[in-house]
Design a protein around this ligand. Structure first.
Ligand SMILES: [Zn+2]
Length: 156
């Protein structure tokens, strides 16, 4: 399985999230041989739970692992501070990023910690997130913790 195949799984999760009316960020965790350990998606809207990001969902679905340095976390969008913290906390060795055009994340902070960051600049990931931000800007700004840019009182 190459990175593009891995990203396709994360993208399928993001697409499911979009179809559910949620934030379309999907992720998956793989072992060094490319075996899928867990996959998931942002479910802030679906579960009314702001702690379920794509990365944290995939991480939790994968269950306990005794070592993360040889693991590969694939995500459709550059990780936020919360998920970047998870990556550093557990020493995940490789992070594959679908796109960082809609949200640049903190990739240098990950690289500083020795994380192997691979940017895919994927057009499908970029287009899906762009569409979501246009349709649901208030949910997007809520998700990235910039509620001053949205008006939560006037939106569902
Ligand atoms: Zn996150």
């Amino acid at each position: 399985m190459d990175y593009r195949d891995m990203l396709a799984i994360a993208y399928a999760e993001a697409q499911s999230g979009f179809d559910e009316g949620g934030v379309p960020v999907g992720a998956a965790l793989f072992d060094a041989d490319g075996n899928l350990l867990g996959r998931g998606r942002n479910r802030r809207v679906q579960d009314n739970d702001p702690s379920v990001h794509g990365e944290t969902d995939a991480f939790r679905k994968a269950g306990r692992q005794n070592n993360y340095r040889d693991k590969i976390l694939v995500t459709t969008l550059a990780p936020c501070w919360y998920c970047s913290g998870l990556i550093r906390q557990f020493n995940i060795g490789t992070v594959v990023v679908g796109e960082s055009a809609n949200f640049e994340g903190h990739l240098d902070w990950l690289r500083e910690a020795g994380v192997n960051v691979i940017e895919m600049h994927d057009e499908k990931c970029t287009a899906l997130m762009k569409q979501f931000i246009e349709v649901s800007p208030h949910i997007w700004f809520e998700d990235i913790g910039e509620c001053d840019q949205c008006n939560l009182e006037s939106t569902p």
